[in-house]
Structure formats: C-alpha cells, structure tokens
Design a binder for this molecule. Structure first.
Ligand code: GLP
Length: 242
C-alpha cells in the first residue's frame, strides 16, 4: 500500500485526476470503478478539464459505480446516479450504455446483485477503482460488520452514515438502505485509489493504515491489495504514527 500526503484537496484532485486520465489514455477501453461523495469531486473536475482540453476521450471507457440508495428513484437529485451525471457523466463523452449502476429499486435484490457482478466480470473486471472512506471506515456502503462481504448486496446504513449524509436530503428522508459492491468486489479490482481529506476522516484513516485488519473497519481490507494507493491531506493524516 502506498500512502501519499499532499498539501490540500486541490493537489489530490490534480494527482488522482491525472492518474485516471493517464490510465484512460494508455487503455482507452479501461473499466473504471467510480465513487460518489465529496472526496472524488476535484478528481472529476480535473478529468473534465483534460477532456475539454482535448487530451483524452471516454468514448470506449466503461464505468461501474460502487453503490446506490434503495427506495430512491434514479432521477431523484440525491441518487448517486444523479450525482455522477452532475459531476462527471454529463461533461464527458462517456456513452450512456457504458455506464453501470446497481438498481437500488430492484424487486429481486439478489438477482440484481448477481447481475451486477456478472456485468463487471463480462466487462473484464475493474481496472481501476476509485474510493472514498466513511467516518466509520466504510468503503462503498460496506459498514462495520462481523464479516467482510464478498460481493454486491443490499445493506442497512449505519446511524453515523445516516447522520453524515442526511444534510443532503431536504425533500425526502434519507434512505436507510443501499446496494453496494462488497469488499470482495472492490478487492478484485486490479488497482485501487482511495482519497480521504479533512479531520473528520482522521480516525478512520488511522485505523485503516495502522489498526488490526478487521471487518469492524472495512477499509483495513485494502491492506491486503497488491496495488492500492491512498491519497491524504494533512488533516486526514494527522493521527498517523508513521
Ligand atoms: C458515502 C459513499 C462512500 C463515500 C463516503 C464518504 O457513504 N457511499 O462511497 O466514500 O460517503 O463521502 P465523502 O467523500 O463525501 O466524505
């Protein structure tokens, strides 16, 4: 695991955005695993800027997002689908048929999760997975639990996750459930890049990097991955010993 501490969110956005752009340039039909939340936004802005400058195309890229809320229409402004449209997809030439999401409204949840895993496999697997981290150490929506999860599934959100994300919901209550890739789905990616910024993430970052590998902090599983890079700002790195 490689850990980079850069001066601020903008520097991380440039570094990670450039890393993703270079990966797309060297493999135009790359399969990207994408994340929502505030952490990846500067990276998406960098990707959009380089696309607008004519430096790369997303025409052959495929994307799989990590997670989606249940009981929230895809068109709702707070769905992760809407988030991705607003922050990346509507600004680049990524064909809609190459964009993949778990359907949080699917009646048969198990079938939907199996469909998603099969679609990832049929695409050749995820080449590069972008991640944020929850304050409790969650990745995707894999909340602290007794076991690591192997593949996509429907999950109940932790009270701390609901508390952290409720501020984004004004017209409807925040959903209590989501569908998410499992920790195993994430670890099957060939390369992983995680971004954590701000003091609210310092505890989770310390446990991820220096705590016991345990499903009580799902992000600790990334220590088992052969190609994971962690990008931190000084506030998120503040509690690290090393
Ligand atoms: C949500 C998402 C995660 C994300 C986390 C942190 O819970 N499901 O994928 O990493 O929020 O979000 P932020 O980057 O806004 O702190």
């Amino acid at each position: 695991m490689r850990v980079y501490i850069l001066e601020n969110e903008a520097a991380i956005g440039k570094a990670v955005g450039d890393l993703i752009c270079e990966a797309v340039i060297s493999k135009p039909d790359i399969v990207l695993g994408l994340a929502t939340g505030m952490s990846p936004i500067p990276s998406y802005e960098r990707m959009i800027a380089r696309y607008r400058a004519g430096e790369l195309s997303f025409a052959r890229v495929s994307t799989f997002n990590l997670d989606e809320y249940c009981d929230l229409p895809r068109e709702h402004k707070n769905s992760f689908y809407s988030f991705m449209r607003q922050n990346l997809f509507s600004h680049v030439d990524l064909p809609p048929e190459r964009i993949h999401f778990l359907d949080g409204g699917a009646a048969d949840e198990a079938a939907e999760c199996a469909r998603y895993e099969a679609a990832i496999e049929a695409a050749g697997g995820i080449d590069l997975q972008l991640l944020g981290i929850g304050r409790n150490g969650h990745i995707g929506f894999n909340e602290p639990a007794a076991h690591f999860t192997i593949s996509s599934y429907k999950t109940a959100l932790a009270p701390s996750t609901i508390a952290a994300n409720s501020r984004f919901f004004s017209d409807v209550p925040m959903p209590r459930h989501a569908m998410t890739m499992g920790v195993g789905s994430i670890l099957r990616s060939r390369r992983i890049v995680l971004i954590a910024t701000g003091s609210a993430k310092a505890d989770a970052v310390k446990t991820m990097l220096e705590g016991e590998v345990s499903p009580r902090c799902p992000a600790t599983a990334l220590r088992e991955h052969p190609d994971a890079a962690i990008y931190l700002d000084p506030a998120a790195a503040a509690l690290l010993d090393k």
